[in-house]
Design a protein around this ligand. Structure first.
Ligand SMILES: Cc1cc2nc3c(=O)[nH]c(=O)nc-3n(C[C@H](O)[C@H](O)[C@H](O)COP(=O)(O)OP(=O)(O)OC[C@H]3O[C@@H](n4cnc5c(N)ncnc54)[C@H](O)[C@@H]3O)c2cc1C
Length: 854
């Protein structure tokens, strides 16, 4: 007799539900696993269409939690076919006695949270009611086939097949007239098999897809060798990788090599026959449209090589979406199908289907009769199976209602208002953008550990906080915003289901990064969660500190380079190192004109560089002071940033040099900065600027100089400045704020580097001068309007913010922008880190506002 009240109810007995059952038993939790199908395997139970295959190599698409399986189970191919994967699932279920813990042919229809009992009540299709403390949806991301939105589907009297619900006994199309509707992964895999049997095959395509040959065969020897040599290391690498498969990280932009070189590199990736390799050939395929287009061109050239009829080849060539923004496919002889005389391709964007009829399909004035129609029309991905169950949380809130504008989750695992409710590979987690085996195992283990921890500490409920959920939403959006996904109507975006909110469903920040975040959340006392039970409460709202994904990626790459610390170098060595690094950066946008010259500094001539916009002048003028801790840099060292601000704000930027420490210590840089401002004020018209519209700007130490000269201009009767734009400025060298402790290590500008800068620049006594520490000025009243930008992960964050607050307190109009997830240096990395774009756009509009109305 099955238990009616258990610790955990799990819905679904695919790979996720199976592993969870195993772990729950191991930890002594009572459980019920409820599965709609009549066997284990989930995806690989339902998707029995001919050619169904996993696109991830079998070295990587297998469980890691039972190491014995590695020797016990020998995969016959690199990419396993559905029957073999299903046999594997059955083998594991038998080996670990999982069948005894699963109720088959039971569908969960309804689940409701009972807040007084602190339990879930689950209603099933068999009329059973089960109560449980914890409720887990292991219902799969691609388990609900999408209904085809074509008129007349119920009229057809012939055979109808849906790839995601294929008959278990198989289908023989020999001698038949067959229509296949859809050209996604399932269609691409099944088409060669259907074409080889059918008398006539008509393929109705709405959107062509990128597909590459799987080059299937034995398991890849290099991967097998690495796995066998050190299983733990290989699997850890997979877990910490961007996609859940160990792969070499790309190091070069697709735009940094010639087209021939790019194609040669892509050819090498292509030959590997691995799903994720093409997209990983270059650093910027996912974020830069031009770089992506190189890959698209390569992929299209491959289609044209195979398909003999150029018009058909063109119809099969994707043109409207970036590579990777729709699920790329792997095939065996897919494009070859279209060289067969009995196969016809219909582009339904040009020739729409008007109706399915009793005998066939009407489209664009034609009627074709068929014996069978195969719908390969995809899935209601990621949320479909979850909201298919009528789930009610606290205060009568249903999940469907909560998610009506898009799924809201914390970590893709939990959602506010639904205590003790968990999703495996849910929306907001890497899920379908990863090797799902890695993601499934990670989620199962996180849920297991959470349950064990709660039991050990006597807590009954866990629920994310609203703040944490909101932080996660913002972070997911930040991640999505820098990619090309948003521009494509894909099932990743929910765009294939009419009425479904358009939002990138999976988390795009990467498997390894995501794992680190989830682990940190648990290790730091369930960060972002509230736990309750037995009269106790533990609330740990955060903050959840999330870095911009591209910034974190850059830090990861820098970590692998093992760069020497700046503070261990002499100033000359550090300058050489900075110059060498500058040669590798992107140049920044074109501006109207760039002119170099010299101006009289406080102790001799110094260089400047003028950036003029392309529009007709005269322009407002911004005197810009470069960063570099008063030790490094020059009037050209922030070139990309100056170009970017010039172009975005339509202002003239004059980047001026100043003498550097330790050769010229404090106050030499201030004296030069002040001389530069006076000189520009006098010569603005000659330079093509508006003499009565001058502002100052600077980054880091340059921000310090800009703030100081703004005070000097106030105190010395001019020039009258329109504004001061301070990007991550140094404002107080007399003490170290909390952000020095929080962000003192690991974010490029470290506490030690900052000390090295200060020591070269100014003595402890000098640092107390207002010309070194503008925050210490007795009054900040009557200074020009300011815009102050600080980075969340910057040691200088707090002193930048303190200056903004002090200015505001003194009655100065201040705009303050804390750049979420940014470090001290990342905002200036024009064309390299897309997440800095919006910050610089704000800076540019700040500059425009300084000069507005003039
Ligand atoms: C055709 C296809 C190809 C794929 N190829 C790859 C690939 O190459 N690489 C990769 O990583 N992933 C791939 N996937 C994703 C695949 O879904 C996962 O790899 C993995 O199998 C998911 O396991 P799961 O246990 O999370 O979900 P599933 O395997 O989907 O299992 C979920 C189970 O929950 C059951 N269920 C759902 N709702 C209910 C309910 N209300 N009541 C009772 N039972 C319910 C379903 O019947 C199903 O058996 C593919 C998916 C498909 C459809």
């Amino acid at each position: 007799m099955a238990e009616k009240d258990v610790d955990v109810v799990v819905v679904g007995a695919g790979f996720a539900g199976m592993y969870l059952l195993h772990e729950l038993r191991k930890q002594g939790f009572s459980s019920r696993v409820l599965e709609a199908g009549d066997d284990v395997g989930g995806t690989w139970y339902w998707n029995r269409y001919p050619g169904a295959r996993c696109d991830i190599a079998t070295t990587d698409y297998q469980y890691t939690w039972d190491p014995e399986l590695l020797d016990e189970w020998q995969w016959s191919e690199k990419h396993a076919a559905q029957p073999e994967i299903l046999r594997y699932a059955q083998y594991v279920a038998k080996k670990h006695d999982l069948y005894s813990g699963i109720d088959f042919e039971v569908r969960v229809d309804k689940a409701a949270w009972d807040d007084s009992a602190k339990k879930w009540t689950i209603h099933t299709s068999t009329g059973e009611t089960i109560t449980c403390r914890h409720y887990v949806m292991a219902t799969g991301c691609l388990s609900v086939p999408k209904d085809p939105d074509i008129p007349g589907t119920d009229r057809f009297k012939g055979n109808v097949y849906v790839t995601g619900r294929w008959p278990h006994e198989g289908v023989d199309f020999t001698g038949q007239r067959v229509a296949v509707i859809g050209t996604g992964s399932s269609a691409i895999q099944s088409m060669p098999h259907i074409a080889s049997q059918a008398k006539q095959l008509v393929v109705f395509q709405r959107t062509p897809n990128f597909s590459m040959p799987a080059f299937n065969g034995p398991q890849p020897p290099d991967r097998v060798a690495r796995l066998k040599a050190d299983r733990i290391a290989y699997q850890n690498e997979a877990r910490m990788s961007p996609t859940g498969v160990p792969m070499e990280m790309a190091t070069v932009s697709a735009l940094a090599v010639s087209r021939e070189e790019a194609f040669a590199m892509l050819e090498k990736s292509w030959r590997k026959g691995e799903l994720l390799q093409i997209g990983a050939t270059f650093t910027d395929v996912g974020i830069n449209r031009a770089a992506n287009e190189v890959v698209c061109d390569f992929m299209r050239s491959k289609i044209h090589e195979v398909v003999k009829d150029p018009e058909t080849a063109e119809t099969l060539s994707p043109r409207g979406h970036a590579y990777g923004t729709k699920r790329p496919c792997m095939d065996t002889n897919y494009f070859e199908v279209f060289n067969m005389p009995h196969v016809r391709l219909v582009d339904i964007r040009k020739k729409p289907i008007t109706s399915i009829t009793e005998t066939g399909i009407d489209f664009d004035g034609e009627s074709i009769e068929f014996d069978s129609i195969v719908y390969a029309t995809g899935f209601d991905a990621m949320t479909g199976a979850i909201v298919n169950v009528d789930i009610t949380g606290k205060n009568g809130l249903t999940l469907k209602k909560k998610w009506e504008n898009g799924p809201l989750t914390y970590l893709g695992l939990t959602t506010v208002g639904f205590p003790n409710f968990y999703m495996i590979t849910g929306p907001g987690s890497p899920s379908v953008l990863s090797n799902m085996m890695v993601s499934i195992e990670q989620h199962v283990e996180w849920i297991r550990d959470a349950l064990v921890d709660m039991r050990d500490k006597g807590f009954e409920t866990i629920e994310p906080t609203a703040a944490a959920e909101e932080d996660w939403r913002v972070h997911c959006t930040d991640c999505a915003d820098i990619t090309l996904f948003q521009d494509t109507n894909s099932w990743y975006m929910g765009a294939n289901v009419p009425g479904k909110p358009r939002v990138l469903l999976p988390y795009i920040g990467g498997v390894g990064r995501y794992r680190r975040i989830c682990t940190e959340a648990m290790q730091r006392g369930f960060l972002g969660f509230e736990l309750q039970g037995n009269g106790k409460q533990q609330l740990n709202p955060g903050p959840v500190r999330l870095m911009q994904p591209d910034v974190e990626m850059m830090l990861d790459v820098m970590a692998t380079l093992e760069l020497p610390p700046i503070e261990a170098m002499s100033p000359a060595e550090a300058r050489g190192f900075m110059d060498a690094s500058a040669t590798m950066r992107a140049p920044g946008p074109d501006v109207g004109e760039i002119v170099d010259g010299t101006f009289p500094g406080a102790d001799g001539d110094l260089e400047y560089r003028v950036y003029r916009p392309a529009s007709a002048g005269p322009h407002p003028v911004v005197v810009y002071y470069h960063g570099g801790g008063w030790v490094l840099g020059s009037h050209t060292s922030d070139d990309p940033l100056c170009r970017d601000l010039c172009k975005r704000a339509d202002v003239m930027i004059i980047s001026v040099n100043y003498r550097h420490a330790p050769e010229a210590r404090f106050p030499a840089a201030v004296d030069d900065a002040w001389a530069a401002l006076q000189w520009v004020a006098k010569n603005a018209s000659v330079l093509g600027g508006k003499p009565d519209q001058i502002a100052v700007a600077g980054w880091s130490a340059g921000g310090n100089l800009a703030a100081v000269v703004a005070q000097m201009a106030r105190d010395n009767g001019g020039p009258k400045l329109k504004g001061q734009l301070l990007l991550t400025p140094v404002t107080d060298g007399s003490r170290q704020s909390a952000s020095y402790i929080e962000n003192g290590e690991g974010y490029v500008l470290t506490k030690n580097v900052m000390e090295w800068f200060w020591n070269h620049y100014a003595s402890a006594e000098d640092r107390k001068s207002v010309k070194a520490s503008p925050l210490l000025a007795p009054s900040l009243a009557n200074l020009p309007p300011a815009m102050i930008v600080t980075g969340q992960f910057d040691p200088l964050r707090d002193e930048g913010n303190a200056y903004a607050h002090a200015l505001a307190d003194a009655g100065v109009p201040v705009k303050r922008l804390q750049a979420r997830g940014h470090i001290h240096t990342s905002i200036t990395m024009v064309d390299m880190l897309p997440s800095g774009q919006s910050v610089r756009a704000h800076m540019a509009s700040g500059l425009r506002e300084f000069f507005a109305g003039e």
